[in-house]
Write a protein that binds this ligand. Structure first.
Ligand code: PLP
Length: 397
């Protein structure tokens, strides 16, 4: 096998440099542990940005995928497949909604939600087509398509990709009054993350989501919760909005939905909203493919059967308490919910991330000053203890 350095050199030589990965090559993985070509073990504390809620290669999800590989992997939506309906049913059960539209990536699910809101606005709410407005938040992260980066305020994501898609209005995150003030007769939806992930694990003020819910109901606009990163037990509830017992009109889901094996995303809502679609009005060749659905069905089953929300809540409290014991005057705050945890520093976190990786803990800074710690939910207490010791060695002063 090539060495770590040879692999990195080849990757950098031929690939576009739209990422700057840490100098670690992962060649084997199981649960919360991954290995490099030299056989070094690391704990995965990033979990592919929460796509690995189930841990790497969860045996039951891998078995479900293998089983489906032997039957049929792709039919396109020109024909039916035997398990798409089962997937819809399972996701409706988990979300409490009665209709699903499947896609592949999180960005596609966000795009689907935006299209849904615009169409619903024109056909149900009665906004003139072309006038629909959608309200979004500062420092949002919803993906990488042209439309989505059009309403980003991160220059790294946005610069030189113009012309940008119109129809979006940006307000501060966590500010319910700003939402109400931004609404006009043409507003069709409010799109937000219940906890901002990429912005640095930003938990909104208590009561914010409830106020958002009330305002959206009062003004007849859709509350669209982007739970691509926070969903499926990551934050200690099945969905992060449930922390405030709030039901959004539209769930935007992805990442962990495919069990860490296949890309699988979806929009879930009731038929008074998703019912706006007619044949030909939206679609995806791979959306709802049987292989991804087989992974998704098994993932949804495991989430409930193994009490993943409770696991994430309890382990999250334990891990966060451990992180808070680490002494370093440059640590500003340790915050988060469940197993979505941010450690913010007074300055750049880059060197601390490097030190963690050196000690065998994979993590990454988000927006320079904050390290995100988000281990897979099946991580054991022994693994957390070992990881905390290593993190302390790397960061403690
Ligand atoms: C990762 C993410 C997305 C985009 O998902 P992709 O699968 O990378 O397209 C959208 N929204 C949120 C909140 C995310 O964290």
């Amino acid at each position: 096998m090539l060495t770590t350095q040879q692999i990195i050199d080849k990757t950098n030589k031929y690939g576009a440099h739209n990422y700057h990965p840490k100098d670690v090559v992962i060649v084997k993985a199981e649960g919360a542990e991954v290995y490099d070509p030299e056989g070094r073990k690391y704990y995965d504390m990033l979990s592919a940005y929460s796509a690995h809620n189930f841990g790497h290669r969860h045996p039951e999800i891998v078995a479900a995928a293998k089983d489906q590989l032997d039957k049929v992997t792709l039919t396109s939506r020109a024909f039916h497949n035997a398990i798409l309906g089962d997937f819809y049913e399972a996701l409706c059960h988990t979300t409490g909604k009665n209709m699903v539209l499947p896609m592949n990536t999180g960005a596609e699910a966000v795009e689907t939600a935006l299209k849904t809101a615009r169409r619903w606005g024109a056909e149900v709410k009665g906004v003139e087509n072309g006038k629909q407005e959608i309200i979004v938040c500062e420092n949002n992260f919803h993906g990488r398509t042209i439309t989505i980066i059009s309403f980003s305020n991160d220059p790294l994501a946005k610069d030189n990709y113009g012309p940008y898609t119109p129809g979006f209005k940006m307000i501060p995150y966590g500010d319910a009054a700003a939402l109400e003030a931004a609404i006009t007769e043409n507003t069709v939806a409010f799109l937000a993350e219940p906890i901002q992930g990429e912005a640095g694990i930003i938990v909104p003020p208590a009561g914010y989501l409830q106020k958002v819910r009330e305002i959206c109901t009062k003004h007849n606009i859709l509350f669209m919760a982007d739970e691509v990163q926070t969903g499926f037990a990551r934050t200690g509830d099945m969905f992060a909005v449930q922390h405030e017992s709030v039901e959004p009109d539209v769930f935007i889901l992805g990442k962990a939905l495919g069990g860490g094996v296949m890309p699988l995303s979806a929009v879930a809502a009731n038929d008074d909203i998703l019912g706006v679609y007619t044949p030909g009005s939206h679609g995806s060749t791979f959306g709802g493919n049987p292989l991804a659905c087989a992974c998704g069905i098994k993932a949804l089953e495991i989430l409930e059967r193994d009490n993943y929300p409770q696991q994430a809540r309890e382990k999250g409290e334990y891990f966060m308490a451990g992180l808070r014991k680490i002494k370093n005057p440059e640590i500003l705050e340790v915050r988060g919910r469940g197993l979505l945890i941010g450690m913010e520093f007074t300055g750049p976190a880059f060197d601390y991330v490097k030190a963690c990786i050196h000690e065998g803990v994979l993590c990454k800074e988000t927006h320079d000053h904050t390290i995100r710690f988000a281990p897979p939910i099946p991580v054991t207490y022994d693994q957390m203890d070992d990881a905390l010791e290593r993190i302390n060695k790397a960061i403690g002063r």
